[in-house]
Structure formats: structure tokens, C-alpha cells
Design a protein around this ligand. Structure first.
Ligand code: NI
Length: 176
């Protein structure tokens, strides 16, 4: 178990399309996931993708803690997604602010599908097949984008809504 170094925006590993996990029985995969869990816990985010810790494999972990669970989407315990696939369940999109451990101190307002279905394998090879909405759907889309070399600013439609967390928080206070 180890806390891994997190790649920051501009590092080429974040721009690469990650490779599928071919062999779940390879102990390197379980070790990677254990280290990602340690790293996420240390960094304090809700999700982490393997490319962010310099491993170009299609592995994502995330959780939705009680403090982040919305009215239309609940708490999700720590989930490991291996080779995930996302399908939108409607054309509807929603905008909200996101952050990323690879883009420290910054936040931006990003459109995402409002409702998705996602499928993946867990570490034991069991199929995960879930529907998600709200913050849950947003987190899964954000993390899975990392597997295709996409960071959230690349999804933004108005860079006026991209800035330092402290400045955006002040702006939100003014709006209230
Ligand atoms: Ni991220």
C-alpha cells in the first residue's frame, strides 16, 4: 500500500487513451487499486483514475460521501470500475462546477449527461451495471473521461466559468 504521485495537467499520461485491463488475476491490478484508494484518501477527492497516478490502464475508483450526496442521488460506497463503459439515458445535460486532483486549486463549470447507465467489472470480475443521475453521474463521467485523455476544461463551453476555487466561491456568494 502506498500513496502515489498524482500527475498534473500538462503531463502526457493524462492525454493518452488508456489500455483495457486484460488480466484481472494479475496481482499488479489489485495492488494498483489498493494504492489508488490510499492516494485518494490522502488527497481527499471523490474519484481517481489510473492515468492520474501514471498508469495508463482503464481503472477508476470513486465514492459519493454523505456530504456530497444530492437529493436525487444517494451515497455510493467506494466503487472500483475496471474497463467501464457509459451510456447516456437521455439527451438531457446539466452544468455544474467540477474540480480535479490533476488540476489543483481550480474549478470549472462543465456540462454532463444528467442520467447515465454504466457498466464495468469490479476487482473480482463481477459485472457492475448501474444507473446514475446527478452528482453520481457527473463523477463517473469525469473519471471515465480520464481514461480517454480528456480533462474537464476540454468539456467546458464557456471558459469565463473556469477559475480558482476561492475566486469562484466569492462570485457564488455575490450571486446568492
Ligand atoms: Ni479528474
Amino acid at each position: 500500500m502506498a500513496i502515489l504521485k498524482i500527475a498534473r495537467m500538462g503531463h502526457p499520461i493524462l492525454a493518452r487513451k488508456a489500455d483495457p485491463v486484460e488480466d484481472l488475476a494479475n496481482p499488479d491490478v489489485a495492488r494498483l487499486v489498493a494504492d489508488m484508494i490510499d492516494t485518494l484518501e490522502d488527497a481527499g477527492g471523490v474519484g481517481l483514475a489510473a492515468p492520474q497516478v501514471h498508469t495508463s490502464l482503464r481503472v477508476v475508483i470513486f465514492h459519493i460521501p454523505p456530504t456530497r450526496a444530492g437529493h436525487d442521488d444517494g451515497v455510493v460506497s467506494l466503487t472500483v470500475l475496471i474497463n467501464p463503459q457509459i451510456m447516456p439515458l437521455s439527451e438531457e445535460t446539466a452544468f455544474d462546477f467540477e474540480g480535479c486532483l490533476s488540476i489543483p486549486q481550480l474549478t470549472g463549470r462543465v456540462p454532463r449527461w444528467s442520467r447515465i447507465r454504466y457498466k464495468a467489472l469490479d476487482l473480482k470480475g463481477n459485472t457492475i451495471d448501474r444507473e446514475a443521475s446527478g452528482f453520481h453521474a457527473r463523477v463517473v463521467q469525469h473519471e471515465c473521461d480520464h481514461l480517454d485523455g480528456i480533462l474537464y476544461p476540454m468539456r467546458m463551453t464557456d471558459l469565463v466559468d473556469f477559475g480558482f476555487v476561492e475566486e469562484i466561491a466569492l462570485r457564488k456568494q455575490d450571486d446568492a
